[in-house]
Design a protein around this ligand. Structure first.
Ligand SMILES: *Cc1c(COP(=O)(O)O)cnc(C)c1O
Length: 472
């Protein structure tokens, strides 16, 4: 499989190339040159496969022959999950299911992609070296560190705003003591951390010397690794002989894009619900074809506190018949003006499948409480928004009640324990393997909000990773 940029001006790459490149150099995002497709008979043949084998089968057309032992890497990536089904379904009520995507090492769905992508990085690098840098407000940094700790040839430095991530999130990062990992607590905000990362990439000399790369959700491999669980859920509920609908709590539009991709590849999907918190730019766009940026407001679901959903560009490319010349002016205009509309026909096509929804913090707490009261189910704030959106979508008069609705549960309730306890009166416990998280030693370096200070720490971890020859 070859990959092209949504803006049409970057080199075409194979799977290994897009994995290491992340963002395309024309500012666009890589997408497959054509979509693989699975016939109903081929989908039927996937029934009953253990999850790692399903991943290998669904991703095979994307990976091609880039990774000879891909099946083994899949088996390895999901061996550390603490549920035998990896992505189990739980039924909440008639026709409504939750798919739990939080049974990985850091308790959020990002583990499903990053556990595999970390192994893929190590494999395609061979004897080369790479330094991953990133800014996190919580979940991504923890999942990336957990996926890359101790990997050969790779150093990772993650910046977080000092004192502004939850204690569980911080400890998940800082208790990883592998020598190729550096946690940097920046005296500043999340935006300061992001600006520092951008400045490091803009410092050409530093970027080349360190061989900087990123693992954010613009990396195609992460999206590809999220497609299989949509197949898994639909297969257990009767696909391809029965349609399903999905509701996905959305921030950067990566997870729901993977659901769309599953549909594009042949999975019969009747509807996709885009569930937002009070930062509802996507819901407003779906209601009125007006994507206009407002200030980001903090919420109980911080991983969805986003106004610019980078991965939307990939869907836009499809809605505009894969014409990069049509995509580029719209997205550059959006960066410039903070708002965009898409051609009416494209917007109408999107609305034929996608439906928007948003819920504020009070609504989120009410949903957490309601779920616990009626079914005993404890949902984290992100998952609760997806479930509330699913329920609302199921109420519409035009809805076919034979189509099951699956809401993605993206984080374990214990990851956001204070909010869950406040809403439900029950404090969710961490899974057994993390029970001693609060006793583990932490390692973290506090840094001023200064580029030279942070670059020195990044250079030091890159040097440390080389010296210990990490593989040992
Ligand atoms: C990252 C994250 C999201 C948002 O996912 P996107 O792919 O960015 O849309 C939702 N919930 C949780 C818990 C997350 O960590």
């Amino acid at each position: 499989m070859r990959y092209v940029s949504t803006r049409g001006q970057a080199p075409v790459f194979d799977f290994a190339g897009v994995l290491l490149a992340g963002l395309a150099e024309d500012g666009g995002l890589y997408v497959p040159e054509s979509w693989p497709s699975f016939s109903p008979a081929e989908i039927r043949a996937l029934r009953g496969l253990p999850y790692p084998e399903l991943v290998a089968a669904i991703m095979a057309p994307f990976v091609g022959d880039a990774i000879p032992d891909f099946r083994r890497l899949c088996a390895d990536a999901y061996a550390g999950f603490d549920h035998p089904a990896v992505v189990p379904l739980v039924q909440l009520e008639t026709g409504l299911f939750v798919q739990e995507l939080f049974h990985g090492p850091t308790l959020a769905f990002k583990d499903l992609a990053l556990q595999l992508v970390g192994r893929l990085f190590e494999r395609v690098l061979g004897a080369e070296r790479l330094t991953i840098v990133g800014a996190t407000s919580g979940d991504t940094g923890a999942a990336a560190i957990e996926a890359l700790k101790g990997r050969s040839g790779i150093a990772i430095a993650i910046l977080h705003p000092e004192g502004r991530v939850s204690e569980v999130q911080r400890r998940q990062m800082t208790t990883v003591l592998a020598p190729n990992v550096e946690n940097i607590a920046v005296r500043g905000s999340f935006d300061d951390c992001q600006d520092l990362v951008k400045s490091m990439f803009a410092d050409a000399e530093f970027r080349h010397a360190m061989r900087l790369s990123a693992v954010n959700s613009i990396n195609w491999a992460r999206i590809a690794a999220q497609i299989p669980y949509y197949f898994a859920a639909a297969l257990s509920l009767g696909a391809p002989d029965r349609e399903v609908a999905f509701s996905v709590p959305t921030g950067n539009f990566g997870n729901i894009l993977a659901a769309w991709a599953a549909a594009r590849m042949g999975l019969p999907v009747a509807r996709l619900v885009v569930a937002c918190n009070r930062n509802d730019i996507l819901a407003r766009f779906l209601a009125a074809n007006d994507m206009s940026i407002r200030p980001v407001e903090p919420s109980l679901s911080p991983s969805m506190d986003i106004q610019v959903s980078s991965n939307f560009e990939r869907l836009l490319f499809e809605l505009l018949d894969r014409d990069p010349a049509a995509v580029a002016p719209i997205v550059t205009g959006f960066r410039r003006d903070g708002r965009m509309a898409v051609p009416e026909a494209a917007w109408t096509r999107m609305r034929a499948l996608f439906q928007g929804f948003s819920l504020d913090d009070a609504g989120t707490e009410a949903e957490i409480a309601r779920l616990h009261r009626v079914s005993g189910y404890l949902a984290d704030p992100h998952s609760a928004i997806g479930i509330a959106a699913a329920r609302e979508a199921m109420l519409a008069a035009s809805v076919d009640r034979a189509v099951p609705m699956i809401a993605a549960a993206t984080a374990h309730p214990a990851k956001f324990a204070p909010a869950v306890a406040h809403a439900s009166g029950v404090s969710p416990a961490l899974p057994a393997r993390l029970a001693d998280l609060y006793q583990r030693p932490e390692r973290c370096t506090v840094a001023e909000n200064s580029l030279p200070a942070v670059e020195a720490l990044v250079a030091a971890v890159a040097e440390r990773a080389t010296r210990v020859g990490i593989a040992a």
